[in-house]
Design a protein around this ligand. Structure first.
Ligand SMILES: NC(=O)c1ccc[n+]([C@@H]2O[C@H](COP(=O)([O-])OP(=O)(O)OC[C@H]3O[C@@H](n4cnc5c(N)ncnc54)[C@H](OP(=O)(O)O)[C@@H]3O)[C@@H](O)[C@H]2O)c1
Length: 266
């Protein structure tokens, strides 16, 4: 099936690892031109070289960028536009979650979490909007979580912030519809990626005796995931790529759960 992504230009934030890296690979495989960004230069370089090697002849670029720094985001958008003439797709994926209850969450932690969840979208969207408008349309895909609709007490700040971002996605889909810029959300459950590797390392360093696979299956069971396992980054990336594709031309303001059946709401 032709997804209509050949020569489309995409920016994937947080593209050096996990879901972002998998998304960049799928987009390149469809013939899109892809720019990835992240803060850590070493991991970004490794990801860039891996993508270049896997998709020989594909157009890929990597630029260090903290999505919470508006100047760095503007520089990234400018560089992509100068290189490829425009931007069609923005995948707002950079970020991480925070595991704290309400009483554990300090003012500073609240501010940091709200800042991360909102401004990791606000700066890239503000920068790409005029470029997409000039191009006659575009796709913005915000990576969110099931937590946005089903909060978890042990991730109180992340849950609250994610709800706000879901709300923002809906507002943007209305505001940008006349410009043919479609804005959607992919809500994740529990996906095996960098964040979970880091949590496993913490568990091991704390004396945990399970291997990574056993630990991940245990975490999936604790969360009562109906499909009985964590998701793979690729399984999320496929939904992102669909929302970026020609076939999703009448979908905006939607949120799609890619969460193995978690999200016990109607
Ligand atoms: N995995 C899950 O179970 C899960 C569940 C719900 C939601 N999510 C969300 O899905 C997204 C992807 O997560 P993942 O699991 O694939 O995580 P991951 O493997 O840890 O990748 C996160 C990526 O984001 C980058 N990043 C983080 N902060 C950034 C910043 N300020 N500016 C630019 N890049 C930044 C990281 O690189 P640097 O650190 O080098 O910048 C890395 O490339 C995140 O927003 C996460 O919160 C994940």
């Amino acid at each position: 099936m032709d997804l209509g992504l050949k020569d489309k230009v995409a920016i994937v934030t947080g593209g050096s690892s996990g879901i972002g890296f998998a998304t960049a690979g799928l987009l390149l495989g469809e013939g899109a031109k892809v720019a990835i960004c992240a803060r850590g230069e070493e991991r970004l370089d490794t990801a860039f070289l891996q993508l270049q090697a896997e998709f020989a002849g594909a157009e890929v670029m990597a630029q260090p960028c903290d999505v919470l720094d508006e100047k760095q985001v503007a520089a990234l958008v400018k560089a992509v536009k100068e290189r490829w003439g425009g931007i069609d797709i923005l995948v707002n994926n950079a970020g991480r979650g925070r595991q704290t209850t309400f009483m554990e969450t300090t003012d500073a932690a609240w501010r940091e979490e709200l800042n991360l969840k909102f401004f990791s979208l606000i700066y890239p969207i503000r920068a790409v909007y005029p470029v997409m408008k000039e191009r006659g349309g575009g796709r913005i895909i915000n990576i969110n979580a099931v937590l946005s609709r089903q909060p978890e007490a042990h991730m109180v700040a992340t849950s609250a912030a994610r709800s706000g971002v879901l709300n923002l996605t809906k507002s943007l889909s209305t505001e940008f519809a006349p410009d043919n810029i479609l804005v959607n959300s992919v809500n994740i459950g529990t996906v095996k990626s960098g964040q979970w590797k880091a949590r496993f390392e913490k568990y091991s360093q704390g004396g945990g005796s399970l291997n990574e696979d056993e630990w991940q299956r245990g975490e999936a069971a604790k969360r009562g995931i109906p499909l009985g396992r964590m998701g793979e980054p690729d399984e999320v990336a496929h939904a992102i790529v669909f929302l970026a594709s020609a076939g999703a031309s009448y979908i905006t303001g939607a949120s799609i759960d890619v969460a193995g059946g978690t999200g016990r709401y109607i």
